[in-house]
Write a protein that binds this ligand. Structure first.
Ligand SMILES: [Zn+2]
Length: 267
């Protein structure tokens, strides 16, 4: 049965790095995939101005969506790095509106309970998404949305990104869609250049000799991005016995245990 899948990220490239192969696979299997990005990536460069980054935010997001086979992109337009300053109920309202509007069955986002999450935007969107998905079926939450004609809607599956391997309880074979993931990442040119610039900065700060780094051109990011993605997803794939995979902390709606027990006892 076709499902509606909604990915909610803080930044362009979050969903692509963490779940690009899985989202592309779901789209290829006939599910309706939508992407939401809360910020315009406008602190995400050592080279471009905030205005220049905002100017490319939509075209980069649409390029990624096309590569993944997503049906639509929603940009919330917040300032990169300042998501934690948005009132939590306001951010939750944005996500809940999308869940109700699209009737989303499956949610992808950062994990609100993940340890070692250092980015405040990731923490903010994780909690907003978790709270919105938990209460979108409550008609008294954000009643103004119902007055506009939206209906309460229950989410039934959650795929959370985690930076801690021991939290993963679902691995998805992405061997067939890793090329789509790479193309989706390449569509975020501003963020891929940043990724390599940051890599070089870290390497220099850690004392790597300049001669070793001299040949790396951040504007020709494809080979390094591909190497990194194939290494990470290959390591996850090895756990599953496939060439590539992505891992998540996964939850799904289950009948409450007390009812399951009652049904079992009734025979
Ligand atoms: Zn991010």
């Amino acid at each position: 049965m076709s499902q509606v899948v909604l990915s909610i990220a803080a930044h362009g490239d979050d969903a692509e790095f963490c779940a690009g192969g899985t989202l592309a696979r779901m789209a290829a299997e006939g599910h309706d995939v939508y992407l939401c990005i809360a910020t315009d990536n406008d602190c995400g460069s050592f080279r471009m101005s905030a205005e220049e980054l905002r100017a490319v935010a939509r075209s980069e997001a649409e390029g990624s969506a096309a590569a993944l086979g997503a049906k639509g992109v929603f940009l919330l337009g917040y300032t990169d790095g300042d998501l934690c300053d948005v009132k939590p109920s306001v951010l939750r309202g944005h996500v809940m509106r999308l869940i109700r509007q699209l009737k989303a069955d499956v949610i992808f986002s950062w994990d609100p309970f993940a340890p070692f999450e250092g980015h405040p935007d990731h923490r903010a969107i994780a909690w907003a998404t978790s709270d919105a998905a938990a209460f979108a079926h409550f008609n008294l939450y954000h009643p103004e949305q119902l007055e506009e004609g939206l209906e309460p809607h229950r989410v039934s599956e959650w795929y959370w990104y985690s930076k801690a391997d021991w939290q993963l309880n679902k691995l998805v074979d992405t061997t067939g869609t890793i090329e789509h993931k790479l193309q989706a990442l390449y569509a975020y040119k501003s963020q891929m250049v940043l990724t390599i610039d940051e890599f070089l900065e870290e390497a220099r700060s850690a004392g790597v000799e300049e001669a070793i780094l001299a040949g790396i051109d951040p504007t020709r990011y494809e080979p390094l991005v591909e190497m990194g993605v194939r290494a990470v997803d290959g390591k996850t794939g090895a756990q599953l016995g496939t060439a590539y995979a992505e891992g998540f902390r996964y939850e799904r709606l289950e009948p409450p245990a007390i009812f399951a027990q009652a049904v079992a006892e009734r025979g």
